[in-house]
Design a protein. Structure first.
Lengths: 291, 293, 450
């Protein structure tokens, strides 16, 4: 330790306790930077490759950097329409999932019942199912209900598959809002659902942001579900068009694919930054779990 | 008229209804159909496309005799153990611990990098990982500096590449969970231990870990179940090859159901996957229950 | 509280009903509409263009009829999946669709395709179709269920520069497998940095492995995959082992790419995009559509390909008659069995396959013409320098036995080739593994020893 000799200070002085930091050490910085670099490397390739008209697999500074790749993919059919569809699908899924999850989490968090735990653990197994396994029956279901090629119906399905995780996360967030606050509201004459809306939800806002972004990301990257359930070309989201960028026999133009990938990822990254800033420490609370 | 206790109970749980309806119609229904299909010879094409026949446990018997199945099972367990239980979990914890000791600026930057990989859509992450492990990709560029000859990693060590790619992609979630968990460890406990002369490792092992045990178990459960379902990442990187060396159960289920059109067999594999999820889940529940006083 | 709850419930019910009402009305309700489903990708737009033209033509000639085009943006596998799902129920099944020859037999078994025999009898232009190509759309019962759009053959494509540098006399016409090996060794000796002879193997290249590699060998030995007379799958043949041995030799002596490269599904891109244009590869076995990669608008444009590349037929094992081997695949157009507009659908088919549209499509996608009038059209013959050579191979071509078990059998063949080139199994062992696999797939009674 390189701390200069000073009066003996407590190991966890009050100020440090607030920021949650323990006494710093240089090697922690070093190891962290090393790990950070490892995480950044593939991303670096993506960025450099998109600027390189002659991109290959290697990470290298482009000889003649340019925006040709971006220009090539910047067409309405290839980019705008699919991105817009992705936005509708993902935002819709996020909203529906959030609404259903908040409603479901409320009784699960506030009331005691012997059905709570079985329900929570039961729906958890929904997360380990690869969606490809159930696409055939879902397709059949959609045919029978005449819901094929319908973005709203696809949103409902995507929401259903996101619900298990969403309910878990929302319930955890709700648990961290103390019951006393609500009880005060009830004493003042508010109904349960009213208290939920005006007291609990605003306190949970950062948490709600986290759940929304989690669901949004999953829906944004989902290829198989919209591919199977949507028929018209102009309703397909960007995940499908990026797959079809591989061409008939798998032809790949690396630079353009990298450019497309970046443009495709920017909305999600931006959304994350927005939500994370607004939710501050809530991202961390995502795991404030109780058993 | 005041409602009876029973009616009150039902009314209180009514808000759960929308979620339950969605789950029943779109998830439970298809899953039950999938179970039922695994007991038939339903297919996408051929004689049994229109007229699937009941075959009982024949698909499962075939599965038991298929040499690819035990391989696939083993690979799936390896993938989950390597990338979720060990990889994401341990790395996430390590990152959370390190971030408490490092400079805030460094923490924030590294945190952003880790989360950026998580936020990337799966197909983009898979594509980036594919390029990274290619013969002329970045990994060989780096190893080449150390004198290691160029290797085609996706051919020589496909499972290792898949595990690393999944760790890269998913650690952010564990990191965030553990950051919150570590924040909740009371500083007084650690102070007291420090006063008693416990070193940093001892404080970690005997104070911190037991206190966050609930978080660990829950995180393990969530991360394990999510990793069991990983498909696109492996499919784009190796398509299950070479020679089924990276064919985990989701990949096998997809191949059987859609490449060969054998829905009955594919759903049988998916059913096995759910059973494995249940086994893991039960194990973690044990762990959770044990730590309740 | 109760009232509020019941209000919420009725609101949700209303929402669900509104949702069901909002969904697009079923177009099958339209009395004069036909749905056409087909594949479209970034690099494959020829079919889309052809259908757009055919739609205009058809709608002009048939007032009150609407042709609804439904292009599916996907690769081959995903397109197949989506089509199979759509065919499962009559309300979603297209009236006309683009179908791989590979799938015709099994889809007929499933009852998805309409028998076109009676309608073909009344279509004069059907006689203009090549007899061999007509086989592609036939099922086991001899009926025709699909009409060929175009076909392809396989041949050896070689780089003249590399061959000349090694002292091989041109034009190159190997007459036996030994010729290929000798020439490859010669090239290797003269320039170790060049890959002499590429043949796809392993599961990475999938169906390409067998169509462009293994079957050229197998069908040149006198035995095939399937015995038509007995309707049984061939096992234990010497030809199978010999073919595997050839591959083993090729790879063991480093006359081909490394096994790691062979197992990469993207290796064909290097072959066409990098190695050939840079004269780093001697030869490869590939389909007749190879020029479509190098032509203007192709994925790897290479203006000089006409001068620098040559084509040679793949020889039979020892030069026995007919002297050359080729495999054909190709795609067809079919009519859905449950279509409500069979006559309209068939008429649209004939419009799409008339001489004008057929010519346009065949040239744009570097296919081999299946109509004799298109084959003799000067526009077709000058589409690329190699049209004559590859078209001539139609005479010696073979088709895959595309039954519903075929995909698994193909996978078993691919595994055998993979085991042999990686050195994991000897040809005898791999052949034995294959025999066991086939018996497992189709049942022992459907196999025949030759």
């Amino acid at each position: 330790m390189t701390a200069p000799v000073r009066e003996r200070r407590p190991l966890y002085p009050a100020a440090r306790r607030r920021t949650g930091r323990e006494p710093g050490s240089a090697w922690a910085d070093l190891v962290l930077v090393l790990i950070g670099v490892c995480f950044l490397l593939p991303l670096l390739w993506l960025v450099l490759g998109s600027l390189d008209p002659a991109a290959g697999h290697a990470t290298r500074i482009p000889e003649r950097p340019g925006l040709d790749n971006f220009a090539a993919v910047f067409t309405p059919a290839l980019l705008f329409r699919p991105l817009w569809n992705s936005l509708l699908l993902s935002a819709g899924t996020g909203a529906v999932t959030l609404a259903a999850a908040v409603l479901a989490a409320y009784p699960l968090s506030r009331y005691r019942s012997r059905f709570n735990n079985p329900f929570m653990y039961g729906i958890l197994f929904g997360t380990c199912l690869p969606v490809t396994a159930i696409m055939v029956p879902v397709y059949g279901l959609f045919v029978q209900l005449r819901l094929l090629d319908s973005p709203p119906a696809t949103v409902l399905f995507l929401a259903a598959t996101s619900l298990p995780m969403a309910i878990w996360m929302t319930r955890n967030f709700m648990d961290s809002v103390p019951l006393e606050v609500e009880e005060a509201a009830w004493v003042d004459g508010a109904s349960r659902l009213g208290a939920l809306r005006s007291i609990v939800l605003p306190l949970m806002r950062p948490g709600l942001g986290v759940v929304f972004i989690f669901v949004f990301i999953q829906a944004w990257g989902n290829f198989f579900v919209p591919f199977v359930l949507l028929l018209s070309e102009d309703r397909q989201p960007a995940a499908v068009s990026i797959f079809s960028f591989f061409g008939q026999h798998g032809a790949v133009a690396y630079g353009q694919l990298a450019a497309f990938s970046i443009l495709y990822s920017i909305p999600v990254l931006a959304l994350y930054v927005l939500v994370a800033r607004g939710s501050g420490n809530a991202m961390a609370l995502a795991g404030a779990v109780r058993g | 008229m005041p409602a009876t206790p029973r009616q009150r109970q039902v009314l209180r749980y009514l808000p759960v209804l929308p979620a339950v309806v969605l789950l029943l119609v779109f998830l439970a229904g298809p899953v039950l159909w999938a179970f039922q299909a695994s007991l038939t010879n339903a297919a996408l094409t051929g004689r049994h496309a229109r007229n699937p026949e009941w075959v009982g446990l024949e698909n499962y018997q075939r599965l038991a005799q298929d040499p690819v199945f035990p391989l696939s099972l083993g690979l799936t367990v390896l993938f989950v153990a390597g990338s979720a239980i060990l990889g994401q979990n341990v790395l996430g914890l390590a990152l959370a611990v390190l971030m408490r000791r490092a400079r805030p600026a460094v923490s924030a930057t590294v945190g952003t990098a880790v989360v950026a990989a998580w936020v990337l859509p799966e197909i983009v992450a898979a594509f980036a990982a594919y390029a990274f492990f290619s013969r002329d990709g970045t990994l060989n560029q780096l190893l080449g500096r150390l004198g290691v000859p160029d290797t085609d990693w996706l051919y020589a060590a496909p499972m290792a590449a898949a595990v690393l790619a999944n760790v890269w992609r998913g650690t952010a979630f564990s990191m965030l969970v553990y950051r919150a968990a570590l924040n909740s460890v009371p500083a007084e406990l650690l102070e007291a231990a420090h006063m008693d002369g416990a070193g940093p490792w001892q404080r970690f092992a005997f104070i911190t870990l037991p206190v966050i045990r609930g978080s660990i178990a829950t995180n393990l459960m969530l991360v394990t179940l999510q990793t069991l379902a990983v498909f696109t990442l492996i499919w784009v990187m190796t398509a299950g090859g070479p020679a089924n060396a990276s064919t985990t159960l989701p990949v096998l289920a997809y191949q059987e159901a859609f490449k060969f059109g054998d829905i009955g067999y594919g759903t049988a594999v998916a059913t096995v996957l759910i059973i494995i999820g249940a086994v893991f889940g039960a194990a973690y529940l044990r762990l959770l229950r044990e730590q309740k006083p | 509280m109760l009232r509020r709850v019941s209000k919420t419930v009725s609101l949700m019910a209303a929402a669900v009903l509104a949702l069901a009402a909002c969904t697009p009305a079923d177009p099958a309700g339209g009395n004069r509409t036909i749905k056409v489903a087909y594949q479209k990708t970034d690099s494959f737009t020829a079919l889309d263009s052809m259908f757009q033209d055919a739609k205009k033509e058809f709608e002009a000639a048939n007032q009150g009829v609407t042709v609804e085009l439904q292009p599916i943006q996907a690769n081959d596998d995903d397109y197949g999946t989506k089509l199979a799902l759509a065919l499962r129920s009559p309300s979603t099944a297209p009236d006309v669709f683009y179908e791989d020859t590979f799938k015709v037999r099994s889809d007929v078994d499933a009852g998805y395709l309409l028998n076109l025999d009676s309608r073909l009898a009344g279509w004069g232009e059907w006689t203009k179709f090549d007899a061999g190509a007509k086989e592609a759309g036939k099922a086991d019962d001899g009926g025709t269920y699909a009409l060929p759009l175009g076909t392809d053959t396989r041949a050896i494509w070689y780089n003249k520069k590399v061959f000349q540098a090694a002292g091989v006399s041109l034009p190159w016409r190997p007459s036996s497998w030994q010729d290929i090996l000798d020439t490859a060794r010669k090239i290797k000796a003269s320039n170790p940095d060049v890959i002499p002879f590429n043949m796809y193997a392993g599961k990475g290249t999938g169906e390409g492995t067998v169509m462009q590699g293994f079957y050229e060998l197998l069908y040149g030995t006198g035995t095939g995959l399937y015995d038509k007379e007995s309707r049984k799958w061939v096992v234990g043949s010497a030809g199978f082992k010999d073919s595997l041995t050839f591959l083993q030799t090729l790879y063991r002596e480093n006359l081909a790419v490394t096994p790691a490269q062979a197992l990469d599904p993207n290796v064909w891109k290097k072959v066409f995009g990098e190695w050939f244009p840079k004269a780093q590869l001697g030869a490869t076995v590939e389909g007749s559509y190879a020029p479509s990669f190098w032509q203007k608008g192709g994925s790897y444009e290479w203006p000089a390909y006409g001068e620098e590349m040559g084509v040679a037929p793949f020889p039979t094992q020892n030069g026995a008659a007919p002297g050359a081997v080729s495999m054909s695949g190709g795609w067809t157009l079919a009519v859905g069995a449950e279509t409500k507009q069979p006559d309209l659908a068939f008429n649209f088919l004939t419009t799409a396959l008339n001489a004008k549209n057929s010519l346009a499509f065949t040239v744009a996608s570097s296919q081999i013409a299946v109509r004799t009038d298109v084959a003799s059209d000067p526009g077709y013959q000058s589409a690329n320098p190699f049209v004559k050579d590859v078209s001539g191979l139609v005479a010696v071509t073979n088709y895959r036995p595309a039954t519903s078990e075929y995909p698994r059998i193909s996978a078993a063949v691919q595994e055998a080739t993979e085991a042999v080139i990686t050195g994991n199994r000897t040809p005898e062992q791999a052949a034995a593994d294959y025999d066991t696999a086939v018996a497992g797939i189709v049942g022992g009674d459907k196999t025949i020893r030759k």
